[in-house]
Design a protein around this ligand. Structure first.
Ligand code: RRO
Length: 305
């Protein structure tokens, strides 16, 4: 029997969380009422990215369906730091699970300001630094470069004792090098993958369909990429990994855990089934009870070399 699950000092009921921006807990509470709180789909809640200033997001259309997933170009619309603190945080603090706030800035000082602001809030259990948004010009500049990532972490690490999770992009030459740089500069965990940059063609004209031109691909289409990168990053870092990318069922979650993840996030699947987190956690528990889960990472390491 394994002991209780602890991630960055946080005791969690099971290994399934949500991917940032893929589950609107405030809207879900309105729709499902208290039933949402009684059977919350995730063991921790990761909120949509917050920036210092409010943002309107990208022009529509913002979503494009592909054969096995979605391309999104949302452009991180949000109320900004003050709006989040005043309106969203009080509601998210009522959730029955630890709250992870995802933040993004275009400069080190902007990220530092967000980290300092949330460090003061006891409702916030951990922070996720989004260094990987494919849909805003500055979103990827830091996260594709190990040196920039290390410099950012060195700047913000001293400003909080809360766990810092660094969200990695697959749109980098060497995501594992970025993960290692984040760890060495003080990250407590890494999460991967954010979406893969892609374009959807308008079926009538062939021109890029999304308002912003390109977007980020998610869903089963990226599952093998996610699994490959989790394997690779797990071989390079000691810190825990939140693995995500195309998870639809317990088997997919077990595969990411087998590759070296400690937690698994459900993202795109929650759009068609808001209770997907609960289902994936149950299916995973059945697999574990039947000892069908993949062996620990070490057992597979040779398969990749
Ligand atoms: O808002 C978005 O367009 C977005 C973000 Br912040 C992100 O990190 N990943 C993504 O696919 N979309």
């Amino acid at each position: 029997m394994s002991g209780p699950l602890v991630f960055c000092g946080l005791p969690l009921a099971h290994p399934i969380v949500n991917g940032s921006g893929t589950f609107d807990a405030i809207a879900a509470r309105r729709v499902f009422g208290d039933a949402l709180l009684e059977d919350f789909p995730f063991s921790a809640f990761v909120s949509k990215t917050v920036t210092v200033e409010p943002r309107r997001g990208n022009p529509p259309p913002r979503l494009y369906e592909v054969a096995a997933g979605l391309i999104n170009s949302i452009g991180l619309p949000n109320k900004g730091l003050d709006g989040y603190l005043a309106h969203d945080l009080p509601e998210l603090a009522r959730l029955p699970v630890p709250l992870v706030v995802n933040v993004m800035g275009s400069t080190r000082d902007e990220v530092a300001r967000l980290v300092e602001a949330f460090d003061e809030r006891e409702e916030v259990a951990a922070l996720e630094l989004n260094l990987s948004c494919p849909n805003v010009k500055t979103g990827l500049l830091i996260g594709t470069d190990a040196g920039e990532t290390a410099a950012l972490l060195s700047h913000v690490r001293p400003r909080t004792a809360k766990p810092l999770i660094v969200k990695l992009t697959p749109n980098a030459t060497d995501p594992a090098a970025v993960a290692l740089a984040a760890q060495e500069a003080g990250a407590d965990a890494v999460s991967l993958i954010n979406t893969l940059r892609g374009v959807g063609a308008d079926p009538r004209t062939g021109a890029p369909f999304l308002g912003a031109g390109s977007g980020g691909v998610s869903g089963p289409a990226v599952r093998a990429v996610a699994l490959g990168l989790v394997y690779e990053v797990a071989r390079r870092v000691r810190v825990p990994i939140v693995g995500m990318g195309g998870v639809q069922g317990g088997r997919d979650a077990a595969d990411l855990l087998g590759a070296g993840a400690t937690l698994v996030a459900v993202g795109t699947e929650s759009f068609r089934d808001p209770r997907a987190g609960t289902r994936v956690a149950r299916e995973l528990a059945v697999l574990e009870a039947n000892s069908l889960q993949t062996a620990p990472f070490g057992a597979h390491a040779g398969a990749l070399s």
